[in-house]
Design a protein around this ligand. Structure first.
Ligand SMILES: N[C@@H](CCC(=O)N[C@@H](CS)C(=O)NCC(=O)O)C(=O)O
Length: 206
């Protein structure tokens, strides 16, 4: 039986859940919360030596790092395919996923969403910088969406599902909503994505 360890509010747990749901794969979500280190069972260090979420098991295979888990799922359960075969589209998908990790996650999630919604004083960067990074990210999404309805072209890929949570959380702030509204192609893509059964099934808890 596949087991995914983590909590439903985590961006990186959700990216794996979205992949599992899109591929129609059953799994058990085992609740461990690295944000409450005292609650972490001792055995969790065997699954994730760095104490983050998610960790994943498929029979005897144990993995951590969401990208490794996603690559495994894509290779082991190739239907439906969630990464393009064509080299340029594959590169675009991978590039979009790294833009989410390296720019959207720190700016949109940790510096705008967390500070505004959880009333945290200091994000991972100053607010002005986070807003200009967010603006650059939305402009890139717009540019990519000029080539097709999904971030890497004609078909939904892991790039779309990986990006969804950052936009969902950013949109929970007034400024995020305003900025998304100023990018109609991004708003339409987000609407298409967030209403998919996989997105509804893994929506962040209220
Ligand atoms: N690069 C890791 C990132 C995992 C990550 O940062 N997880 C966050 C939750 S979304 C976490 O466990 N944070 C707990 C902490 O930093 O103490 C991956 O892709 O799996």
């Amino acid at each position: 039986m596949r087991k995914l360890y983590g909590r439903p509010f985590s961006v990186y747990v959700r990216t794996v859940r979205l992949c599992l749901e899109e591929k129609g794969l059953d799994y058990e979500l085992v609740p461990v919360d690295p944000f409450e280190p005292a609650s972490l069972p001792v055995w969790y260090r065997d699954l994730h030596p760095f104490g983050k979420m998610p960790a994943f098991e498929d029979d005897d295979l144990r993995l951590y790092e969401s990208d490794a888990i996603l690559r495994y799922l894509e290779a082991r359960y190739p239907k439906p395919s969630l990464l393009p075969a064509e080299p340029a589209a594959l590169a675009r998908a991978v590039q979009a996923m790294r833009v989410m990790d390296n720019y959207a996650y720190p700016a949109m999630v940790w510096s705008i969403f967390v500070c505004e919604v959880h009333d945290v004083q200091e994000g991972s960067m100053p607010r002005d910088l986070a807003l200009s990074q967010s603006q650059a990210i939305l402009a890139e999404l717009d540019r990519w969406l000029a080539d097709g309805p999904w971030l890497a072209g004609d078909a939904l890929t892991l790039a779309d599902t990986h990006f969804l949570s950052a936009i969902d959380l950013f949109a929970m702030t007034d400024i995020g909503c305003e900025m998304i509204d100023a990018h109609p192609a991004v708003r339409a893509w987000w609407q298409r994505l967030r209403t998919r059964p996989s997105a509804v099934a893994t929506a962040f808890p209220a």
